[in-house]
Design a protein around this ligand. Structure first.
Ligand SMILES: Cc1cc2nc3c(=O)[nH]c(=O)nc-3n(C[C@H](O)[C@H](O)[C@H](O)COP(=O)(O)OP(=O)(O)OC[C@H]3O[C@@H](n4cnc5c(N)ncnc54)[C@H](O)[C@@H]3O)c2cc1C
Length: 436
């Protein structure tokens, strides 16, 4: 039985994966191209570099990011250990001094007797057992090799995503369910009259845009037409384009509205809806302000904002099975943003789950199923669930299995979901003997 594994990428996912394997007695060979070569967003020599914000988001249990942290603490997460030791004041969020954070993680791994580190640009697929965690800016030398994997139709190099809202936050009194020309009832339709359309249009074309990094400019401008760019071509462009009302009769009025924003179901459970055609580069605060003007979305909870950025990710549902394993070779795994999770903590979480699963597989034991009640499990499920338009996902309550009963009030509902998640996780830890 093999007792060693290679990890490519010493970022958030790779470091957490290395730690989880090593603390279970697996010998780890950790490889990163830094400092020999840096991606366009990486600049520091150490491991687990935070390439942008220094915030790891909320810590409280009425936030899915907070719940994810509580789940990861059950497994002595290295990323959270280092975050605790390098914390800076940030209200209810966990923010860190990025230099100290990276230094803590680098030290913990380079001093670990079971971890060896190599600087190398990996340009071919390593032998299994391995975990590839090379991130959203995976070096092109390796993406070429990845494209040759069995079952991999394509790698995405660009993320042009529309915002996603929770179903329960949509005002169902205002929207109506229908497909164009009564061909089914697949969409939720937000009807606008002329005044509402004009107010929305003015807000949209006047809204502030997020910055584009130099290395992303070409992709952002050629990759996909953002809704605000389309709008800037003329007041009626949206009304005759993605917001056209043809074939959609509002049952409240018996007429076609002036314009319609369509919402499409995003997940099997029907708890999330995406705004069709709303790929955008608006700043997140602006998205909330402007898109909340859409009738029915006044109180919408945005679980994911629209983004347009360079992001290399796999069509994971085509190739991955449980715990981020390649279906064709279960000892070959992926982790991090490359799999279609999005965010620092989410990347680390996927590294944790991939490593725990790999360790079980190496020992010939049954792999855990983290289920749909924990954020660790719901993220893992998201990346392997078939979807015609697979898009990366961050931690949010909308991806968890819904509660079987109605709980009044968002905070109470989220607290209940967290309570259920931690109980479920404790049962999973016991059932699969995951303490070590
Ligand atoms: C510009 C940018 C800004 C972002 N900002 C945020 C943010 O503010 N908040 C947030 O939550 N998320 C953010 N993200 C998204 C994401 O959470 C981070 O990118 C996160 O670091 C992903 O973790 P990872 O472990 O998958 O990859 P990374 O942390 O990027 O680690 C990948 C590692 O692999 C190495 N590597 C790459 N290719 C090779 C190769 N061929 N051979 C050897 N080594 C290789 C790299 O040097 C790197 O160290 C951002 C992403 C980008 C690109």
């Amino acid at each position: 039985m093999t007792n060693n594994a290679t990890i490519v990428g010493a970022g958030l996912a790779g470091c957490e994966a290395a730690w989880q394997l090593a603390r279970r007695g697996i010998q780890v060979r950790l490889i990163d191209m830094k400092p020999e070569k840096f991606s366009p967003a990486h600049h520091m020599e150490g491991f687990a570099e935070l390439v942008c914000s220094n915030s790891l988001k909320a810590e409280h249990l009425t936030n899915a990011s907070g719940l994810l942290k509580a789940e990861m603490r059950r497994f002595d997460s290295l990323i959270l250990r280092a975050a605790d030791a390098s914390r800076v004041p940030a209200g209810g969020a966990l923010a860190v001094d990025r230099e100290k954070f990276s230094a803590q993680i680098t030290k913990a791994l380079t001093e670990h007797p079971l971890v060896t580190f190599e600087t190398a640009l990996v340009d071919s697929l390593p032998d299994a057992p391995c975990i590839i965690a090379t991130g959203p800016l995976t070096d092109p030398a390796l993406t070429k090799a990845l494209s040759a994997l069995p079952g991999l139709r394509e790698l995405h190099f660009f993320d042009a995503a529309a915002p996603i809202v929770t179903a329960e936050s949509i005002d169902m009194e205002k929207v109506f369910r229908a497909s164009r020309y009564e061909k089914g009832s697949d969409y939720l339709n937000c009807p606008m009259d002329e005044a509402e359309y004009n107010a929305f249009y003015d807000a949209l074309v006047g809204a502030e845009l997020a910055e584009v990094h130099d290395f992303e400019k070409k992709l952002v401008f050629e990759g996909c037409l953002a809704v605000e760019i389309l709008a800037s071509r003329g007041r009626q462009t949206l009304a005759f384009g993605p917001l056209k009302p043809v074939g959609l009769v509002d049952p409240h009025t018996g007429r076609e509205p002036y314009a319609v924003v369509q919402l499409r179901q995003e997940n099997e459970q029907g708890t999330l809806y995406g705004l069709v055609g709303f790929q955008t580069r608006l700043k997140w605060g602006e998205q909330k302000r402007v898109f909340s003007m859409i009738p029915g979305l006044e109180h919408a909870e945005f679980v994911r904002y629209g983004v347009m950025h360079r992001n290399t990710f796999l069509r994971s549902p085509d190739i991955l099975s449980r715990n981020y394993a390649l279906s064709a070779q279960p000892l070959f795994r992926f982790a991090g943003q490359l799999t279609g999770v999005e965010g620092y903590m989410e990347s680390a979480a996927s590294g944790m789950v991939a490593a725990i699963g790999l360790c079980k597989a190496l020992r010939g034991e049954e792999e855990p199923d983290f289920g749909g009640q924990t954020v660790l499990g719901a993220l893992e499920r998201h990346v392997r669930t078939p979807s015609p338009d697979f898009q990366p996902m961050n931690a949010n309550f909308g991806i968890l299995d819904p509660l079987p009963m109605r709980v009044k009030g968002k905070r109470n509902r989220y607290a209940k979901l967290s309570e259920r998640a931690l109980e479920a996780l404790d049962a999973i830890i016991d059932r699969y003997e995951l303490r070590n």
